[in-house]
Design a protein around this ligand. Structure first.
Ligand code: IMP
Ligand code: MG
Length: 176
């Protein structure tokens, strides 16, 4: 009840950065169409804000994945299970995976090869947040990063703690 959340990245800072990334994407994909793949649920807010600001044609699709640890269940190191698959085929599309945060990188490390098998024309990744110090894989290259953050558990702007706080318009840290 008494949970206090301190602001790490304000709504204004996020808006500004999302505008910059959208501008860069619009330039890089000039003359093309981009298919944004929103990884549910955390990436919903970032996907919408990004899509609104990209000036080239955009299509959207949604996917829900869960990663299971091989050991004690606290790490996302095991297999990636597709809980909800995409509705559309990716063949010949310029695909941009939209993530909320990349932590260990294990989820994407397993998801990328699965999506490449579907023969997109190109496959890139954007994430609002990146915790590079936490990376456990070396095969995940992020093309557009919103903010690199230190190793703290963050909530808001789609990110949850036990399904709560996704609706906060900023990125915050829970103060115990
Ligand atoms: P990983 O890169 O496979 O370790 O998993 C990244 C996923 O873990 C993200 O998509 C989030 O769902 C979740 N996650 C990682 N760090 C945080 C955090 O600080 N707050 C909320 N969720 C997080
Ligand atoms: Mg996620």
């Amino acid at each position: 009840m008494n949970t206090k959340i301190s602001v790490m990245i304000s709504e204004e800072e996020i808006n500004k950065r999302v505008c910059e990334i959208a501008e860069q994407i619009s330039k890089d994909y000039a003359g093309k169409e981009v298919r944004l793949i929103c990884i549910l649920k955390g990436s919903v807010f970032y996907t919408c804000e990004l899509a609104k600001r990209i000036t080239i044609p955009v299509t959207l699709d949604f996917m829900s994945v869960s990663s299971y640890g091989s050991g004690d269940g606290t790490k996302s190191s095991g297999v990636v299970k597709i809980a909800k698959d995409l509705d559309e085929t990716l063949e010949g599309k310029n695909v941009l995976i939209v993530e909320d945060i990349i932590d260990s990188g294990n989820t994407l490390s397993r998801l990328i090869p699965m999506l490449k098998e579907r023969k997109p024309a190109s496959l890139k990744i954007t994430t609002l947040l990146d915790k590079p110090d936490r990376r456990e894989v070396d095969d995940v290259t992020v093309d557009y990063v919103g903010f690199e953050i230190e190793d703290k558990f963050v909530v808001g702007y789609g990110l949850d703690y036990d399904q709560s706080y996704r609706d906060l318009p900023y990125i915050g840290v829970i103060e115990q």
